[in-house]
Design a protein around this ligand. Structure first.
Ligand SMILES: *Cc1c(COP(=O)(O)O)cnc(C)c1O
Length: 379
């Protein structure tokens, strides 16, 4: 099955008892048994729910994995992976990381004796130097947030031994653009809150993988810890996924158009978008991803907070909000919003300037979107 068919059909069958074409929302906490142990495979809804089971099968197929595991949020999915570790184990993660992942690793798991190393993964030199016999997990995010750097997944996988799990946070690309399991990663993680859901109306996370032993450990954690999604949330993700490819095609086309316009606009300093030939990761992104994504960052020649704020408060179609990946276009200010806790000189070292603005380009008309941005830049 090709991707465009999988989003609609993989793991999904009409409901056997009614023929309902849409997966029903099984809003139940428990299931009746005929006699002890004689049941239809469902006992208690933390452990199993039919809406969730169907979603998990569909999710697995999207990443070319055998197993899909759903959680109540992207953070709960990351938490489940980190719970595979024991005190004394070491984690290597990219230093250009989603803030919530950094917080979970350093403020929760460090207290449990997990040692963390945050390094640049633009090549494998630092990684090779950092691996030791206690290293158990390599955590990769690509494209990164908000600088949109591209990490070579295949190269990083080749660098680590069998004892080290490689997990890729694939949220920014979505399974339509990039499939890390095919590149040798052990686990793919998504905040399904973003592109998979796609309509800014649900929080959800998931893991996809091929190894059965590892999957059983993660299903155990899913049930034992209990950070499971409700059936209505599973339904919303299933519904969102059906249009993932169509939404992504349009969002990526719009983003490429806007990046090109920004590049040629006099008040703009730098434009960070992997689709631009001038982007450091352009060639790698062209190999590793189907399209270049719909996230763009840019900053201003007159680099001040005030100039950025003027733009942020002058758009009519782009809404100022956290998150990404919905049908509507959003813009955000990393220096004060997502990356506010990073000291200013640290930020400037990676190009995260005071005037840097991040766009999540939606699926509206691209000319309307550019006109909205242009008038805000001129305001
Ligand atoms: C949003 C996000 C997360 C966290 O997911 P939640 O669904 O908000 O818990 C993790 N990684 C990335 C890249 C994200 O954008």
């Amino acid at each position: 099955m090709k991707f465009e068919t999988k989003v609609i059909h993989a793991g999904i069958k009409p409901d056997p008892s009614t023929g309902a074409i849409m997966t029903p929302i099984f809003q139940t906490s428990s299931y009746v048994q005929k006699k002890p142990g004689d049941h239809l495979g469902f006992q208690y809804a933390r452990s199993q729910n039919p809406t969730r089971t169907i979603l998990q099968e569909n999710l697995a197929a999207l990443e070319n994995g055998k197993f899909g595991i759903s959680f109540s949020s992207g953070m709960a999915a990351i938490d489940a992976v980190l719970r595979l570790l024991n005190p004394g184990d070491e984690v290597i993660a990219t230093n250009d990381l989603y803030g919530g992942t950094y917080r979970l690793m350093t403020q929760v798991f460090e207290n449990y004796g997990i040692k963390l190393h945050f390094i640049g993964l633009s090549d494998d030199i630092e990684l090779k130097a950092r691996i030791n016999d206690k290293t158990r997990l390599l955590w990769i995010e690509t494209p990164t947030n908000p600088m949109l750097n591209i990490i070579d997944i295949k190269k990083m996988v080749q660098c680590v031994n069998d004892q080290i799990l490689v997990c890729v946070d694939n949220t920014f690309a979505s399974p339509y653009l990039q499939n890390p399991l095919d590149l040798g990663a052990d686990i793919v993680m998504h905040s399904a809150t973003k592109y998979l859901g796609g309509h800014s109306d649900v929080i959800h996370g998931c893991l996809m993988l091929n190894d059965e032993d590892l999957a059983m450990k993660l299903y155990f954690i899913q049930n034992a810890v209990g950070a499971v999604p409700g059936p209505q949330d599973c339904f919303l993700i299933l519904r969102g996924i059906k249009t993932l490819h169509v939404r992504m095609d349009r969002a990526c086309e719009n983003a490429a158009y806007i990046a090109e316009k920004l590049l040629n606009y006099e008040k703009i300093n730098k434009v960070y978008f992997p689709g631009l030939a001038s982007h450091d990761g352009h060639k790698l992104a062209a190999e590793q991803m189907k399209l270049f994504g719909a996230m763009i960052s840019f900053d201003l020649k007159e680099d001040t907070m005030e100039n950025a704020e003027k733009i942020l408060s002058s758009t009519n179609l782009f809404s100022l909000a956290e998150s990404l990946g919905g049908v509507e276009s959003l813009l955000g200010h990393p220096a004060t919003m997502t990356h506010g806790s990073i000291p200013r000189d640290e930020r400037y070292k990676i190009g995260l300037t005071d005037s840097l603005i991040r766009l999540s380009v939606g699926i509206e008309n691209k000319e309307d979107l550019w006109e909205d941005l242009r008038q805000a830049i001129e305001s």
